[in-house]
Design a protein around this ligand. Structure first.
Ligand SMILES: [Zn+2]
Length: 274
């Protein structure tokens, strides 16, 4: 699952390539949008909301305002495998064409969304329908730690490991950051939210980790870019803890509300169960 920071970077690249450009052609290869064409629309901006990507499109100007079309938002979610690539005109795609879900062409560039599981087109004023459920966005300009704290406290029974991935509480933490945040906070993933000693510090840490990594190509939580161990625990099952040498363990934790199990890594010594 992509984390908020990788969606942030994908969004920044798309914004840089497309903002202010008029779409010359569009090909939306999802059944619900097969007949929809947004050629003529101008890309106003591309912004991230948690792990969602919102591309805001301005309709072509009409001489008669009675026939004005609404501003539209192309919403996509990268889920597990999705990615956006940018190509010069005529450049060969690096992925199979049959996995392309969205193709947007401007005079200078072709943006192709591959393996994107969710693609929707809706009036910009109805964006809340697709992202309104999200809690405060850790990388949003409107990040609000207090609301995130209130949302967390409203789920006292929930395991903190589950809560961190619940995008309705706060948006942007994925698998990798979950493990790293809990290790750095010395909290066992199955600890109930109400038992966690310092929730504001944990939220602040999540925010700082995402912000410091948002423009980096490689995620680092150990504070040591360029080392062999950029992460404390994630992906290191059975290896020695970088802090104490204990074997790192792997837990599978069901996510809310989907129930899908995801990997969570921990050091049983640094993060003792309560
Ligand atoms: Zn340890």
């Amino acid at each position: 699952m992509p984390e908020g920071d990788s969606v942030y970077r994908a969004t920044a690249r798309l914004h840089q390539a497309l903002a202010g450009e008029v779409l010359l052609a569009s090909d939306l290869r999802v059944p619900a949008l097969a007949t929809v064409d947004v050629a003529g629309y101008e890309v106003r901006e591309v912004i991230p909301r948690g792990k969602h990507l919102l591309m805001r499109l301005q309709p072509p100007a009409r001489a008669n305002p009675d026939f004005a079309q609404p501003a539209l938002t192309l919403h996509s979610h990268l889920l597990m495998e999705g990615r956006w690539d940018l190509y010069a005109p005529g450049e060969r795609w690096k992925r199979p064409a049959h996995t392309a879900r969205v193709v947007l062409q401007t005079a200078r560039i072709t943006a192709v969304g591959f393996d994107i599981a969710q693609v929707k087109l809706l009036p910009t004023e109805q964006e809340a329908d697709v992202v309104g459920h999200l809690g405060p966005d850790l990388l949003g300009v409107d990040w609000d730690a207090q609301v995130a704290l209130e949302n967390l406290r409203a789920e006292p029974q929930l395991g903190i490991g589950q809560a961190l991935l619940d995008q309705r509480i706060m948006a942007g933490v994925g698998n990798v950051y979950r493990s790293e945040i809990l290790f750095l906070s010395r909290v066992h993933p199955l600890t109930a939210v109400r038992e966690v000693q310092n929730l504001p510090a944990l939220i602040d840490l999540a925010h700082r980790l995402l912000v410091v990594n948002k423009d980096r190509p490689r995620r680092v939580t150990t504070g040591q870019p360029g080392t062999r161990d950029p992460l404390w625990v994630y992906g290191r099952a059975a290896k020695p803890c970088l802090r104490c040498g204990t074997r790192i363990e792997l837990l599978r934790i069901a996510s809310t509300p989907t129930g899908i199990e995801r990997d969570c890594y921990l050091c049983p010594s640094c993060q003792p169960a309560g």
